[in-house]
Design a protein around this ligand. Sequence first.
Ligand code: CTP
Length: 413
Amino acid sequence: MRVILGVGGGIAAYKSASLLRRFTEAGHTVTVIPTRAADEFVGRATWEALSGQKVPDGIFDDVDKVNHVRLGQQADLIVVAPATADLMARAAAGMADDLLTNTLLVAACPVFMAPAMHTEMWSHPATRDNVGKLRSRGVTVMDPASGRLTGTDSGPGRLPEPEDIYDAALRVVESPAGPLTGSSADSLAGKRVVITAGGTLEAIDPVRFLGNRSSGKQGVALAEAAAHAGADVHFIAARMDVPPPAGVRLTTVESALELREATIAAAAAADVVIMAAAVADFRPAELSGSKIKKRDDGDDPVIKLVRNPDILAELVTQRDQGRLPKSTVIIGFAAETGDDGSDVLGYARQKLQSKGSDLLVLNEVGEGVVFGQDESAVHILSRSTADVEQAAGSKNDIASAVIARAAAEMDGR
Ligand code: CTP
């Protein structure tokens, strides 16, 4: 396979030398196109020695070979690693101001990008938009890894390990729909999907709150899978540990009551509602207007809790009463453990009945499982069949399975 390895100007450029080796050792012919900024980090001699190929110079060198068009046209795969914020911005804007961006503009082959940058840059709305644009045009943009960055700071933004980039890039060539394989590219074309995610935060006073450990990762993966399936996604985010997905309509909320209001409003125009948010079942009965003080002369405070509305159950009631279209597909999530009274599927089946949703995605939980983890396994229960579907793997794999199931549920109506 003819591979182009585009190297952006980031400190992680040195890791691309290992990535290059992976490709050449597997027998692929790799041409490296570093940006000018990448030259500041790794010398061209390194790329030439490891690839056994001349590194093409700029657009105006070897003009007779028409490099700026030929390289992109002939490639079977383009991998950009590290993809810096600047490089993705130029690619998203369709600029052609150096050989790499020219090549990206003429490429007809799969394009794969592995970003690396500081967390603030990755989370910035400009970068989120650019990533969303690139993804919507079929470019596969990996999520960066989390961990130590260039300085003493850490967070999402690290270049994923070369072997992970290699494996993911090859999967894109093998299955051009990208890593989100379960949901076909247009199974939700034109459909409006509302997804809630993260954990609600219930204020006690102006500085304290009750919260939960939901990371929001599963909701983000669902939004990306739904967008990949062609849906118009409205993402309602409570508190999350990860940035919201790119290229979706975003509403942010804090409490269960705010989430309820936003979700009920959004559901009116939705074909599918997915309640992936971890909604606090209780909130403090009273919100103290000032910070609750510790007092040595009195009793410690007692915080009385009251029940929050069950948003999922309310959506179903609204649909039953005709305030939402009958065709709206409503999907809930549940975290359960089995015990002496019943096994986990028994409890999930009871929950599906009591909530009345069309599907219930069941996470079997134990200590340290599910919350914040990258891999998990779920059972998908449906009200219309006794069959239980299993899905396991990364949150993306699970999201794809849920979205594919949601699309099938819509077809059956
Ligand atoms: N949910 C909701 N409103 C609530 C509580 C939960 O809409 N007030 C939704 C969640 O978004 C999720 C599903 O209901 O889709 C989970 O149901 P829940 O009964 O909260 O599940 P568990 O947390 O597993 O419940 P419990 O502690 O009651 O077993």
